[in-house]
Write a protein that binds this ligand. Structure first.
Ligand SMILES: [Ca+2]
Ligand SMILES: [Ca+2]
Ligand SMILES: [Ca+2]
Length: 425
């Protein structure tokens, strides 16, 4: 019998390199893979094997191209989540959604009789896509936001957000954020019940404020939690029905009430749950160049010129069934509140009680990776109208105007430090 061959020296070296690269992380030894702090679609640390399995199932559903046989349509915008949320990062302006409505004497009307507020610009063969109706007075383009770290944002207690509000600007800093409130319709109440956290002392989220729920996801904060956002995305963006929204989108403009022929609900609750768990367990974006002296100086300036008053560096979660999300501090750079951002960002479109000029503070974590996920050119603000960070800051009017002016008054070196800090997020 031939003696078992000993491992050659080069082979041993290869194994050693492989093992050490697994220990150190992939950024140094395997140049073909992106660094850990450059990817957004990683799971939270420490998920149990069975949790990781649901996360991975949700990851697959997030990437899955749904077909007409699965129930896409009759009208829709896209056929998979990650077509818009590429790599779980910010989406390209090419995938902006359009929402519209009409301002009237009784307030803003989302024109449901014309298929509002969302324009489904694609349709199955034999159906027609929607068009913007003539009655519209305002329309907004919504660029797909990054979807990472959202489990942390979802786990912030309602009481924390209520305490951050300053609707009458009592502290006189020119900033008066307030929470979005969403009507407690039967289905929204059901969604809140399904996700209400009752651990120990009772519900800490999904509580009623003046008979309404606090909104926290979406650019106008129109969704109360990740389940709400997900079933809404399935129906509105892809034409897929669920237990919670079991009726297909029909084109009210053409009066074609033919259905897509796929039995409703088209998407089983297991898929919905996996998608929600996937979003909930996506890790928060990691920082880069955090200790660079310019970044550190920019961080301090970000606070002193008032950016941090809305882009709150630190929030705390309440209780969660996942220990990773339970009672922890995290750094999203948002207060999840609505702010009046002035006339330039007023598209004449709105949702819930937000004014047309009010927007939810965009979380800035992951900001420095924007271009990587948007095809090389970064786009900023709700519709991607700003191509540079300086332009984005320049668009801060209303409650944001004092900090914009303070930024513009900085020396060129200090401006660069603020920008270096923003790129490190
Ligand atoms: Ca359908
Ligand atoms: Ca529509
Ligand atoms: Ca159907």
């Amino acid at each position: 019998m031939p003696a078992p061959q000993r491992m050659s020296r080069t082979r041993r070296l290869q194994v050693l390199l492989l093992v050490s690269s697994l220990l150190i992380g992939c950024d140094i030894l395997v140049p073909g893979l992106p660094a850990d702090n450059a990817v957004l679609d990683a799971p939270l640390d420490g998920l149990l094997p069975e949790q990781l399995a649901v996360h991975l199932a949700g990851d697959e559903d997030f990437a899955r191209r749904f077909s007409p046989a699965d129930g896409v349509g009759p009208t829709f915008n896209a056929t998979s989540c990650d077509q818009c949320h590429v790599g779980e990062g910010k989406g390209h302006v090419m995938f902006n959604l359009t929402r519209f409505g009409r301002m009237g004497p009784d307030g803003f009307d989302p024109l449901r009789e014309f298929g509002g507020p969302q324009l489904q610009d694609r349709a199955l063969p034999g159906f027609l896509p929607e068009q913007i109706p003539a009655a519209v007075t305002g329309a907004s383009a919504f660029m797909p936001p990054a979807v990472t770290g959202l489990g942390f944002l979802e786990a912030v207690d309602d009481a924390t957000l209520l305490a951050l509000q300053d609707p009458d600007d009592a502290d006189g800093d020119g900033i008066s954020g307030r929470v979005q409130l969403v009507d407690a319709s039967t289905v929204i109440s059901e969604i809140a019940d399904l996700e209400t956290v009752v651990l120990g002392d009772g519900p800490t989220r999904g509580t009623l404020v003046d008979g309404q729920f606090i909104g926290r996801f979406g650019r106008k904060a129109g969704s109360i939690n990740l389940l709400h956002q997900t079933v809404n995305a399935l129906l509105q963006d892809m034409g897929l029905t669920t237990d919670l929204f079991p009726k297909d989108l029909l084109n009210r403009q053409t009066g074609n009430f033919a259905e897509d022929g796929v039995a409703d609900p088209e998407i089983p609750s297991g898929v919905v749950n996996a998608l929600v768990f996937y979003l909930k367990t996506l890790r928060q974006p990691l920082r880069r160049n955090e200790t660079d002296p310019d970044v550190v100086a920019g961080d301090a300036l970000f606070g002193s010129i008032g950016c941090a008053s809305c882009h709150l560096p630190t929030l705390r979660t309440g209780l969660s069934e996942l220990p990773q999300l339970s009672n922890v501090a995290f750094h999203p750079y948002t207060d999840l509140l609505l702010h009046d951002m002035g006339t330039e960002l007023d598209d004449g479109y709105t949702e819930g009680r937000a004014l047309t000029a009010e927007w939810r503070t965009t979380p800035l974590w992951g900001l420095g990776l924007s271009a990587d996920f948007q095809g090389g050119q970064a786009f900023f603000m709700h519709d991607g109208r700003a191509l540079t960070l300086t332009e984005a800051i320049g668009l801060h009017g209303g409650e944001g105007s004092a900090s914009r002016t303070a930024f513009q008054a900085l020396s060129a070196e200090d401006k660069d430090r603020v920008l270096a800090f923003l790129r490190s997020l």
